[in-house]
Design a protein around this ligand. Structure first.
Ligand code: PEP
Length: 256
C-alpha cells in the first residue's frame, strides 16, 4: 500500500452550471500556478454535479491538470430501467475516480439507509471507482451516543458491503459542522478519525487500515485546515462551501 497522500476534495453540491464549472476549475488552476503549487504532495479532487462532469473532464484532460474527478452520488444498480439514475460504469467512462456515498444530505434528504449506501459503495468499487464513504453524527446523536458511535456503525455497514481488498476513503463529517461555520476542533476530528482507523483494523486488516485515508469535513476553511492536517489520523478534507471559491480552495490545498 502506498503512503496516505493528503487528499483535499471539493464537494460542489447542487451548484454551478457547466460553464461556471469550467470557469471555477480554470481559476483554481491559475491560482495554484501563481502560487507555484506543483500538486506533488497533495491530491486534489472535485465533485461537480453530474451535468458538469463531461465539461470538467474535458478541461482537465486538455490542460493536463492533475485534479481527480468525483461524482456526488451513483446508482447501486448496474444498468436498466432506473429512470433518472446514473450508473458507476457511466461515471467510470468519464474518467471519474471517486464516488461520494452516504453524504448526510442524502441520508437525511433522500432517506438513504446504511444498506443502500453499502450497495452504492459496492457498485462504485465493482466499476473501478473509489467510494468516498461519508459518516457522521448529528447534534442529537452526539448528545445521546457521544461522537464516535454513529460514525463507526455507518462506516462498518458500508465497508462490510465492499468487495475484499477494495480501496475506499472515509470522510468523517459531523452533521452539526456541515455548512454551519461551526467546524469540529482538530482534536475532536482526530479522536473520531483514530477510533475509525482502529475499527478498520478489525474489518479490513492492519495494512489496509493503515493505508486508508480518513478525511475531515464540516466548515473547513483556509483558517482551520492546518490544524486538521496536523493530526496523525486526519489525511485530508472534504470541503463544501469553501470549494466553490477558487482563491479560498487554493489556499486550503496549500495548507502546508
Ligand atoms: C460537505 O457538505 O461535505 C461539507 C463539508 O460542507 P461545508 O464545508 O460547507 O461545511
Amino acid at each position: 500500500f502506498a503512503e496516505r497522500t493528503p487528499l483535499i476534495a471539493g464537494n460542489w453540491k447542487m451548484n454551478l452550471d457547466h460553464l461556471q464549472a469550467i470557469a471555477l476549475v480554470q481559476k483554481l488552476s491559475w491560482s495554484l500556478k501563481d502560487a507555484r503549487h506543483d500538486y506533488t504532495d497533495v491530491e486534489v479532487a472535485v465533485f461537480p454535479p453530474f451535468t458538469d462532469l463531461r465539461s470538467v473532464q474535458t478541461l482537465l484532460t486538455a490542460d493536463k491538470l492533475p485534479i481527480a474527478l468525483g461524482a456526488q452520488d451513483l446508482s447501486p444498480e448496474a444498468a436498466g430501467a432506473f429512470t433518472g439514475d446514473i450508473s458507476a460504469a457511466m461515471l467510470a467512462k468519464l474518467e471519474v475516480h471517486y464516488a461520494l456515498v452516504g453524504h448526510s444530505e442524502r441520508r437525511q434528504g433522500h432517506g438513504e439507509s446504511d444498506e443502500l449506501i453499502g450497495a452504492k459503495a459496492a457498485a462504485a468499487s465493482n466499476a473501478g471507482l473509489v467510494p468516498m464513504i461519508c459518516v457522521g453524527e448529528t447534534a442529537a446523536d452526539l448528545e445521546e451516543h457521544g461522537p464516535a458511535a454513529i460514525p463507526l456503525a455507518q462506516m462498518q455497514a458500508a465497508v462490510s458491503a465492499l468487495p475484499e481488498g477494495a480501496e475506499f476513503v472515509i470522510a468523517y463529517e459531523p452533521v452539526w459542522a456541515i455548512g454551519s461555520g461551526q467546524a469540529a476542533s482538530a482534536e475532536q476530528a482526530e479522536a473520531v478519525a483514530a477510533a475509525l482507523r482502529e475499527a478498520l483494523r478489525d474489518t479490513v486488516g492492519d495494512e489496509r487500515a493503515a493505508a486508508t485515508r480518513i478525511l475531515y469535513g464540516g466548515s473547513v476553511a483556509s483558517q482551520n485546515i492546518a490544524g486538521f492536517m496536523a493530526q496523525p489520523n486526519v489525511d485530508g478534507a472534504l470541503v463544501g462551501g469553501a470549494s466553490l471559491k477558487s482563491e479560498e480552495f487554493s489556499r486550503i490545498i496549500q495548507f502546508r
